[in-house]
Design a protein around this ligand. Structure first.
Ligand SMILES: Nc1nc2c(ncn2[C@@H]2O[C@H](COP(=O)(O)OP(=O)(O)OP(=O)(O)O)[C@@H](O)[C@H]2O)c(=O)[nH]1
Ligand SMILES: [Mg+2]
Length: 432
């Protein structure tokens, strides 16, 4: 009962960036890729060798003179036959070639992320690599780029491979204890010594779970300006953002909305957040602003507190603002630094302190960053290992190890993840 699956469509798209540009790269992936080359260029060039050819439409009119590449599957980026046309990068040139491809039987335009999706389904990329690739496409800072590249190069897959091997070896030992235990009394059964490597792996996974999440690196460390009204929060926010993003006025209670602005400091991605000054108020609109500020306070990764040091939220950096004013010349006890948005005094010091503290809240530079999905599965593995190491009965140990192995496989594998795949590949552009 094994009908071969229907041959997939052949997909094509402009895989390079916005036009006009020096060159435009059109990729074609699927069983019709060779036919597309033969139809447009008159021949299929030798594999993996660049060659130049004139492209013509069905009527024989010249479309462009292009560089051709032909990669027969399955050893290709998508795991399928793959063709590339490197065109002159004008809009009309690309449109004409894409139009000609669309007329070929079995060919259709690709959807966002569809090339990568095929690569994943054909085993050319594991899930960790796809997630890394998505992050790489959206990386804006140096720190994000390095971590995304590490993921795209398969760092998570290698980690998972080691865990899988360890668990498999342990399973083999338990199986041996089970089999020989029945037959020979003098072969040692499963005992406490065997549980030691389980405990070691459990510890490693628990440490990883405690690491800062990969999402914080991807989305930026959320830094909130908080404190009483008129403390100079919005002025300092503007100074760090480098433009008048928030309204500043001498009126107490100016800011009501939560305003966000992404910046980067020394390669560290940060989202600066300004909000209403905290006070009891009868103004119904300001009241809403204060509620929002309080929620932002609870959700922030780091708080810059422009109020009384005695009232600092836990872990906040206390900033003594408006330090140029005559009555604010002395820094109060407990403040971390004095700044003036007016004169710029202390702003550079605030930037470097912020970069330093935010950097500490990101996944380590030499560590593999773990995202929420991976953390959840690592938690499942750790929980199964925790149960396994507490068991004396090798039958139960075997069961828990099997549970652990199944969760490990889901970290980079493809069991039951169609929904998350839709979300993930949706982050890619068309042509990727
Ligand atoms: N001299 C001096 N004045 C400042 C400084 N920073 C802000 N101010 C003034 O203080 C007043 C309040 O500034 P904002 O930045 O609006 O203060 P805020 O904390 O955002 O106030 P709310 O949004 O009402 O909570 C304005 O008149 C600013 O011009 C500073 O560093 N030096
Ligand atoms: Mg304000």
């Amino acid at each position: 009962m094994s009908d071969a699956p229907p041959a997939p469509d052949t997909i094509f798209a402009l895989s390079s960036g916005a036009l006009p540009a020096a060159i435009a790269v059109v990729r074609v992936s699927g069983p019709g890729a060779a036919m597309a080359l033969r139809t447009l260029a008159g021949r299929c060039p030798p594999p993996r060798r660049a060659s130049v050819a004139v492209l013509r439409d069905a009527a024989g009119a010249m479309l462009d003179r292009a560089l051709l590449l032909w990669f027969p599957g399955p050893e290709t980026a998508t795991g399928e036959d793959l063709a590339e046309f490197h065109l002159h990068g004008g809009r009309a040139v690309a449109a004409a070639v894409l139009g000609a491809l669309a007329t070929l039987p079995g060919l259709r335009p690709a959807e966002a992320g569809e090339f990568s999706r095929r690569a994943f389904h054909n085993g050319r990329l594991d899930l960790g690599q796809v997630e890394g690739l998505a992050d790489l496409l959206s990386a804006e800072t140096e720190r994000q780029r390095r971590q995304a590249l590490r993921q795209a190069e398969g760092a998570m897959g290698r980690l998972v491979e080691r865990w899988r091997e360890t668990i498999l070896a342990l399973s083999a030992q338990v199986e041996a204890a089970l089999q020989f235990g029945e037959e020979e009394d003098d072969v040692p059964l499963w005992n406490a010594a065997h549980a030691q490597p389980i405990a070691a792996l459990h510890n490693e996974l628990s440490d990883l779970q405690a690491q800062p999440p990969a999402e914080r690196l991807r989305d930026g460390v959320r830094v909130l300006f908080a404190g009483p009204v008129n403390a100079g929060k919005s002025s300092l926010f503007n100074a760090l953002v480098g433009r008048d993003a928030a309204i500043v006025s001498a009126y107490a209670g100016t800011t009501r909305d939560v305003i966000e602005a992404p910046i980067q400091l020394g390669g560290v991605p940060i989202v600066l957040i300004d909000s209403a000054g905290l006070r009891d108020t009868h103004d119904p609109v300001e009241r809403i602003g204060v509620d929002r500020a309080q929620r932002a306070l609870a959700a922030a990764d780091l708080v810059l507190w422009l109020g009384d040091p005695a009232e600092r939220p836990e872990g906040a950096i206390v900033v003594h603002g408006r330090a140029d004013l005559p009555d604010r010349q002395t820094m109060p006890h407990g403040a971390d630094l004095a700044v003036s948005a007016e004169t710029g005094m202390g702003v550079a010091a605030l930037r470097s302190l912020l970069a330093e503290r935010a950097s500490e809240m990101l996944p380590g530079e030499d560590q593999v960053a773990i995202n929420a999905r991976q953390t959840m599965l690592i938690g499942e593995v750790a929980a199964a290992l925790a149960q396994a190491k507490e068991c004396d009965d090798p039958v139960l140990v075997a069961v828990h190890l099997a549970t652990a192995r199944a969760a490990v496989d889901r970290i980079v594998g493809n069991a039951g993840i169609e929904d998350m795949l839709d979300g993930l590949f949706g982050r890619f552009c068309i042509g990727k």
